[in-house]
Write a protein of this length. Structure first.
Length: 136
C-alpha cells in the first residue's frame, strides 16, 4: 500500500478525537511558556489577523488531500517554535475557522508525527469564537 492510500486512512481516522479548550482558557494561557498556539487557517487569513503569539501552520492543502504537505508544514512550524518537530511536551492549542475541519486535519497530523495527544487541544469555536487580542 502506497503512501497515498495510507494517508487517507489517517486523515479519516475518527479516533483522533479533538479535545476542546475554551476561548477563556486559551486566553488565560496566552503568555504561558507551556503553551504553543498554532493557527491552521490559510496563510492569507493568518496574515490578515491571528491570535497574538500564534504560529502559522496552514493545513489547507492537508484538508484538501495532501497529507504529506500537512506533515511537513506542521513539523517546520513546531521546530521553529519549540525546537522539536513534534512539539516537545508543550500544550498545543489548534486554531482554525470554527474548530472543526482544519482542527481535525491538524490533530491527525500531530498524531502521525508523534505529538503527545494528551497535550493537543482545539480552540472551541475557532477564530469565530475568539474575542481576545489579535495581531496582523
Amino acid at each position: 500500500m502506497g503512501f497515498r492510500s495510507w494517508r487517507f486512512c489517517v486523515v479519516l481516522k475518527a479516533d483522533n478525537l479533538v479535545q476542546k479548550n475554551t476561548p477563556a482558557d486559551a486566553e488565560a494561557n496566552l503568555d504561558s511558556s507551556d503553551y504553543v498556539f498554532i493557527d491552521l487557517r490559510k496563510a492569507d487569513d493568518y496574515k490578515a489577523g491571528h491570535i497574538k503569539g500564534a504560529i502559522a501552520a496552514d493545513m489547507d492543502a492537508c484538508k484538501g488531500g495532501d497529507f504529506q504537505n500537512g506533515v511537513d508544514t506542521m513539523k517546520a512550524a513546531l521546530k521553529d517554535a519549540t525546537g522539536s518537530e513534534s512539539g516537545a511536551d508543550k500544550k498545543l492549542v489548534l486554531i482554525c475557522y470554527s474548530g472543526k475541519t482544519y482542527a481535525q486535519a491538524g490533530t491527525n497530523v500531530l498524531s502521525v508525527i508523534g505529538a503527545n495527544m494528551d497535550n493537543v487541544f482545539t480552540l472551541e469555536g475557532g477564530m469565530k469564537a475568539w474575542t481576545g487580542a489579535t495581531e496582523a
